[in-house]
Design a protein around this ligand. Sequence first.
Ligand code: ATP
Ligand code: MG
Length: 266
Amino acid sequence: MSPEIFLDVRNLTKHFPVRSGPFQRPSGKVQAVTDVSFHLSQGESLSLVGESGCGKTTLARTLLRGYEATAGSAWFRTEEGEVVDLLTLRRRRLKPLRRQLQMDFQDPYSSLNPRMTVQRIIDEPLRIHGEALGITTREDRRDRVRQLLLQVGLRPEAARRYPHAFSGGERQRIGIARTLASRPRLVVADEPVSALDVSVQAQILNLMLALQERFRIGYLLLTHNLMVVRHVSDRIAVMYLGRIMETAPAETLFTSPGSGTDPGSA
Ligand SMILES: Nc1ncnc2c1ncn2[C@@H]1O[C@H](COP(=O)(O)OP(=O)(O)OP(=O)(O)O)[C@@H](O)[C@H]1O
Ligand SMILES: [Mg+2]
């Protein structure tokens, strides 16, 4: 694994068993993700684009160990410089890495707890990971929440309010602040803007990408909407029926589709 690469996914495969009949016998499998390989450097964004059902969410969940992979590996270089396989690492050793791996959610309405103020929502990761982040006192945490709100383009006063008082775009900004709070190295975003009005999608994506570059986060964006990623990705991979068909730098894909690299070397 060359030094600039910090995530190297090889042949990731996730098949779900299918059971049927009166005795629920195994009768086949859904090949949701098959032999997906790609790599990501620090501060780079890669988009995986593909139609509904092609395996995007399954891929994201499997990578972050929501599902156990059927096969494959996902080598990750930790902040400490150790290289580990996310897919087989023991849960006990995975736990301290969670801070470095974050998932951004599709739906800004259901992903924020309506009973918590924005202060508490963003403060949560700070409380959990405070030690690793060097943030220990309540004042430090309050300052950090203010700073995060400013970074995502909200006013510090927002901290006192509840999620229902914000628009969809603003809620997505709150979600981004919460994701950034733990200083992740890898953010996996599954359709991060598809629940938003088209007019704010670009704004939010541009914000995410600006922050991703600034903090040198590796960003894996999964979406069915090719137009969404056109201007914001370094590289785009096209997924179809659970496999990566083609990977290319964003410009190339739009000017001459079919001229990218084969699957496997994404
Ligand atoms: N838990 C599961 N058990 C069985 N099959 C599943 C499971 N989760 C997903 N699948 C199947 O795997 C395939 C990929 O689904 P997935 O949700 O990953 O697609 P997606 O690309 O995220 O689609 P969308 O764009 O609609 O969100 C689908 O055929 C789906 O039915
Ligand atoms: Mg999905």
